[in-house]
Design a protein. Structure first.
Length: 287
């Protein structure tokens, strides 16, 4: 009964329905893109946080006892999640693996040239500065390299993207609510006489309100579905470029279960948003 009424309302003024669907599609396209960017940023940060965050290169004169003492000093802090000593021979193996496609580079480098090192991973990124101060002190340390700047930059970029995305989405959500409230309000105004007749023959308030609320949910459902589909098309079309550009960072593949989960959440939220906007319109115009 209510679905037939909704169909009738939409057929009588299709342009208003198209306007509502377009704005909802734009809103949930932005939400989908923002969600995918959030997944990317999480994968980026997780990747760099699982790499050796602090690498200590030792002088050739460094003794094994001195290195062990430094390891013990770091371990006592409780800020280290893992440590790995890389000898000159192991460093040569890593170098050969990384440059196996270039024989000239392999011939020029021997184990004596490469320094031994200690790869350290902190329990939290903010501990890197404290650990760096400890490892820089000994005289047998040649150089200290750590990725705090990289991680801090990623975190700051992620934070900026979140703030911008939340701002854009908030504006679009408000516009979506305003558009649906306006459209439902126009429909109520046009059908005021019809509604009065329904009341006279005994129709309850909820019976009269329900078609308008279902119409708002319909706009939300279609908008969320189309927005997610367009975002998925954008992701698929740009995936080859992104895989080439970020080949060292394993962003892909993105789980289809995750994408379907995002779609499900968006559809539910969109239906609620459409119902809420329609209910606001009903309270305002249908008294």
């Amino acid at each position: 009964m209510h679905l037939n009424t909704v169909k009738k309302y939409i057929r009588r003024s299709p342009y208003q329905a198209i306007a509502a669907i377009l704005i909802m599609t734009l809103t949930f396209f932005a939400i989908s893109v923002f969600s995918i960017l959030t997944v990317f940023s999480i994968k980026f940060i997780n990747y760099f946080e699982t790499r050796p965050q602090l690498t200590v290169f030792f002088q050739d004169e460094a003794k094994k006892d001195e290195v062990n003492a430094l390891k013990k000093k770091l371990d006592v802090t409780g800020k280290v999640s893992s440590m790995r000593y890389v000898s000159k021979e192991e460093a040569l193996k890593i170098y050969r693996e990384q440059n196996k496609s270039d024989p000239i580079l392999l011939d020029l480098v021997t184990a004596d040239i490469l320094p031994a090192s200690l790869e350290i991973q902190a329990t939290k990124a903010e501990y890197l500065s404290d650990l760096a101060k400890i490892v820089k002190t000994p005289s047998f340390v040649e150089e200290v390299v750590f990725q705090k700047d990289v991680i801090d930059t990623l975190v700051s970029w992620t934070s900026a993207v979140k703030k911008i995305g939340i701002g854009i989405i908030s504006v679009l959500l408000l516009v979506s609510i305003f558009v649906i409230v306006t459209i439902i309000g126009i429909r109520i105004t046009i059908r005021r006489e019809e509604i009065e007749i329904m009341r006279l023959i005994g129709a309850t308030n909820w019976f009269i309100r329900m078609p308008f609320i279902i119409e708002g949910m319909f706009y939300g459902f279609i908008g969320a579905f189309l927005g997610s589909v367009f975002a998925a098309i954008l992701l698929v079309s740009t995936s080859p470029f992104l895989e080439t550009f970020f080949k060292s960072v394993p962003i892909f593949p993105i789980s289809y279960v995750l994408l379907l989960g995002i779609l499900g959440v968006e559809v539910i939220f969109a239906c609620f948003l459409g119902a809420f906007a329609s209910f606001v319109a009903v309270l305002r115009y249908l008294k």
